[in-house]
Design a protein around this ligand. Structure first.
Ligand code: NAD
Length: 268
């Protein structure tokens, strides 16, 4: 399947985890990929190497190109420069994946304004600014486009000790819906995916500890954590024309985590 041949995608925070898997999967679909990283390029180079190997195999020129682009999504000037660099390189930008994200734990009554702002500035303000610059570009070329926000089950499940993270993902739901409504008649579709617990570096604490992982998985109806490739598969679908009539939606990919698992066993 080469469902995205000739398109160009920018994936933020693509040097690891879900962003890396998305970049690889979109390249396999024939899409040119702009791989954003915040500071050091090593992870992004690894993404590029894997993506090109899996998209092209032994073939040197397979119609897929890649581009590494530095940018801190908490900085407005970086985002403007990043989107301009991608458009200069490829001539257009069709698909934006707002993936970059951070989380910090702290009792809410001790959370500083600064720490709260830091998480919001990456997860929500960064996603808004990347979307704004991408939409500006799409409108200027009168092109259709796709924006996919990487939200979380914490878009709807409150998460004590992670107030800023929960708030950022809750806000992402409205970012997705409002942009979807505002630009639907310009053929710009805006959707989100909401992963459940997924094996990535953001979850180092339990990924590296089989006992803790068992506890995490005990809350999941399907009894296992998700893989980044499972998130990337849904993103590839939402980015493609197979999803041409879907906008403003969040697709939960969580092994049933949001199904109120406590109701599985009868209470009486
Ligand atoms: P990850 O830590 O591997 O990926 C996050 C990426 O964002 C990293 O590559 C990091 O360098 C990048 N990043 C952080 N701050 C940045 C900034 N200011 N500018 C640019 N890039 C920045 O973890 P992940 O699990 O792959 O997370 C990807 C997304 O998935 C996040 O938005 C996260 O909230 C979301 N998510 C993850 C899970 C999970 O269980 N892993 C669940 C739900 C949602």
């Amino acid at each position: 399947m080469k469902g995205l041949a000739g398109k160009t995608a920018l994936i933020t925070g693509a040097s690891s985890g879900i962003g890396q898997a998305i970049a690889i999967r979109l390249a396999q679909e024939g899409c040119n990929i702009a791989i954003n990283y915040r500071s050091s390029p090593e992870g992004a180079e690894d993404t590029e190497e894997q993506a090109m190997r899996q998209a092209c195999g032994q073939v040197e020129e397979c119609g897929v190109s890649s581009f590494l682009v530095q940018g801190d999504v908490s900085k407005e000037e970086d985002i403007t420069a990043m989107v301009n660099a991608v458009v200069d390189k490829f001539g257009s930008l069709d698909i934006l994946i707002n993936n970059a994200g951070i989380q910090e734990d702290c009792p809410s009554h001790e959370l500083s304004a600064n720490d709260f702002d830091n998480v919001l500035s990456v997860n929500l303000r960064g996603a808004f600014l990347c979307a704004r610059e991408t939409i500006k570009h799409l409108l200027s070329q009168n092109r259709s486009g796709v924006i996919i926000n990487i939200s979380s089950v914490h878009e709807i499940i409150p998460r004590p000790l992670y107030l800023s993270y929960s708030v950022s993902k809750g806000g992402m739901e409205n970012l997705t819906k409002t942009l979807a409504l505002e630009y639907a008649d310009r053929n710009i579709r805006v959707n989100a995916i909401a992963p459940g617990a997924t094996v990535t570096p953001i979850n180092q604490e339990w990924v590296d500890d089989p006992e803790k992982q068992k506890v995490v998985e005990s809350h999941i109806p399907m009894k296992r954590a998700g893989e980044s490739a499972e998130m990337a598969a849904a993103v590839a679908f939402l980015a493609s024309d197979e999803a041409s009539y879907i906008t403003g939606q969040t697709l939960f990919i969580d092994g049933g985590l949001t199904l109120y698992a406590d109701f599985r066993e009868p209470w009486s």
